[in-house]
Design a protein around this ligand. Structure first.
Ligand code: ADP
Ligand code: MG
Length: 608
């Protein structure tokens, strides 16, 4: 007796599959261009008629196919890219499902011309709704050409639901851009109804981005480059002042594949926080390279969502590298700083005639060494050089602060006959109050620095920079520290294990006790307890975003180390100031607390 269950005929199964893979003409462009890249093409041309409804043609100069492969490629689950299950977990190609061509062939009229280098003649196939209607030998160039005509001709529901030509072509352009940004080494052409939209020569990444965004975008790009064991980060971010009101320029790639990720997106937005006008979006072109076995691209049929094994760490690395890049190019928050009337000293100095700053920087300065004994005499002009080599403009807050500071001093030397000796002028200018505040005077005012916070800022920047590159050095504790932990706290701690490990923490659990055996090497003995408590508080009790934990950890380490730092001579005071002014955001701590205050001469005279 026969049952009611039947296997679907192939062409119907293909049509159903097509619904998932091919949603609109843009999906065909994406799949076909990706196939061309997988075939090793160095030149790919895309011709579109009527936003893809009439024709989509993709011509490549890749490997091509022989006759039997040309026939087979339209079968479902036909792929040359995955041979066994292991391959799925270390994908190096864009395609792997073997569904795209079968799907396209099920819902359109396809003409395929393809030839391999080893063959004199090529194959010409015509397919209509999954059926081969003609197969002959042909003369054609090496590579492959697919013509897809009358898309969705047999799926009227789909065809009728296609949007306007503008919208559909917009989707095609989007897909095309995502691919060309990922492959600057390949030449691409995009033509729509005889209008040339893009004609892209092989280029370096920056040039490719500029070719797409327009020539004046070159000045807006800030490079990002970071290598860690987990991820290699490359690319560009747009300077905040050029941010846009649309999300259009946000691109993430992993192993040269475009993907969408709201979590990493958040890391980027976080890094830009405070820098963008409201309702504006950051621009970024970020390229991640990770071991293919550490990601899963299989989660989505169109493969734009990707799972990362180390997503938390990658979040932190993205956040800190973008922060660093923004800082390095002096586009990190200068905000309050400029608006605060209390910091008018450097600000008003900006309008002074430019004098060559006499910058003295001690390149051997180590903020982790208390009581630096290095003398001011060995100082070079690294700082000026650093500024010049960055090539960034005159409205650079860091430089102007520093210039101002020193211009004052130079001026004072010239004007003040009482002070004629370099060394004594230092002594006369710096005061220590209650061991906590450093007070220094200049021609136009008084600068007050909160010493622990200044150290906190310096150490924060230093650790953040180190953390990005390598794990932070660790020190074993002679007497391990024991703390009682709830099971929820144990879970929290464990879920941040790899991050905590990178910071130099080592521990084991014994029932509900955590035994901390090693801590970050920068911690001085007296700050270890304080730091562990802060870290525990951050991790266990606070509802902080998981990716911000790196920032929170560095912050707690920096603030505990900062508290133990002392200054007890004028050379150390100078060193501290120099180090501090090298930090892009020297006016506030990473937590936003004020590091310095100024009292202008004006303000001072009003008081009298
Ligand atoms: P997948 O890309 O997942 O393997 P597709 O259906 O997109 O599946 O393609 C099926 C197969 O057809 C590919 O694995 C490849 O061998 C072959 N193929 C498709 N496009 C091209 C091309 N442009 N050049 C050479 N071979 C191609
Ligand atoms: Mg494919």
């Amino acid at each position: 007796m026969s049952g009611i269950i039947k296997l679907l005929p192939d062409h119907i199964a293909n049509q159903i599959a097509a619904g998932e893979v091919i949603q609109r003409p843009a999906s065909v462009v994406k799949e076909m261009v990706e196939n061309a890249i997988d075939a090793g093409a160095t030149k790919i041309q895309v011709f579109i008629k009527d936003a893809g409804k009439t024709l989509i043609q993709i011509i490549d100069n890749g490997d091509g196919m022989n006759e039997s492969d040309a026939i087979l490629c339209f079968e479902r689950h036909a792929t040359s890219k995955v041979a066994n299950a292991d391959d799925l977990f270390a994908l190096k190609t864009k395609g792997f499902r073997g569904e795209a061509l079968a799907s396209v062939a099920a819902i359109s009229h396809v003409t395929l011309k393809t030839r391999q280098a080893s063959s004199e003649t090529g194959t010409l196939l015509e397919i209509e709704g999954s059926k081969i209607v003609s197969n002959e030998q042909t003369v054609c160039p090496i590579g492959t050409s697919f013509e897809v005509k009358n898309l969705f001709y047999n799926v009227p529901a789909r065809r009728n639901f296609l949007k306007s030509e503008n919208v559909e072509f917009g989707h095609i352009k989007d897909e095309f851009e995502r691919i060309v940004f990922a492959h600057p080494e390949i030449a691409f052409t995009l033509k729509h109804n005889d209008t040339e939209i893009y004609q892209l020569n092989p280029a370096i990444l920056r040039k490719r981005i500029v070719d797409i965004l327009g020539r004046n975008s070159n000045d807006k790009l800030v490079p990002i480059e970071e290598t860690t064991e987990i991820v290699e980060l490359k690319g560009y971010i747009g300077k905040p002042e050029f941010s846009k009101k649309t999300r259009g320029e946000q691109f993430l790639f992993v192993n040269n594949r475009f993907f969408k990720d709201t979590y990493f997106n958040h890391a980027l937005n976080k890094a830009f926080e405070g820098l963008l006008p409201s309702k504006h979006f950051a621009s970024y072109f970020l390229y991640l390279t990770v071991d293919p076995s550490k990601i899963d691209v299989n989660v989505h049929p169109t493969k734009t969502e990707i799972k990362f094994e180390e997503d938390r760490l990658i979040y932190s690395i993205i956040f800190s590298s973008v922060r660093q890049a923004l800082g390095k190019y002096n586009i990190a928050p200068t905000l309050d700083f400029e608006r605060e009337t209390s910091f008018d000293l450097p600000f008003e100095m900006r309008n002074m005639p430019a004098t060559e700053p006499q910058v003295k920087v001690n390149p051997f300065y180590n903020p982790f060494q208390s009581n630096t004994a290095t003398s001011g005499a060995s100082k070079g002009n690294q700082f000026t050089k650093a500024i010049q080599s960055e090539g960034f403009g005159t409205n650079d807050i860091r430089k102007s602060d520093w210039d101002a500071f020193y211009t004052i001093e130079e001026e004072e030397k010239a004007n003040n006959t009482l002070i004629d000796d370099d060394h004594s002028s230092f002594e006369m200018n710096d005061f220590l109050f209650k061991g906590r505040y450093l007070i220094t005077t200049g021609a136009t005012g008084i600068l007050l620095i909160d010493i622990p916070r200044a150290f906190e800022r310096i150490i924060y920047d230093e650790l953040m920079a180190k953390f990005i590159g390598n794990p932070i050095a660790s020190q074993k504790l002679l007497f391990p520290i024991e703390k009682e932990f709830s099971s929820a706290e144990i879970t929290e701690w464990e879920s941040n294990a790899s991050l905590l490990g990178r910071f130099g923490f080592e521990w084991k659990f014994d029932k509900n006790m955590i035994i901390i055996e090693a801590v970050p090497a920068v911690l001085q003995e007296e700050s270890i307890h304080d730091c562990i408590d802060t870290v525990l508080a951050k991790i266990a009790f606070q509802d902080i975003d998981k990716g911000e934990i790196a920032h929170a950890l560095v912050l707690s380490i920096a603030s505990s180390v900062g508290k133990t730092k002392k200054i007890n001579n004028s050379v150390a005071a100078r060193d501290l100031m120099e180090q501090l002014f090298l930090c892009p955001e020297h006016a506030i701590t990473a937590e936003g607390k004020r590091v310095m205050q100024t009292i202008s001469l004006d303000e001072l005279s009003k008081r009298f």
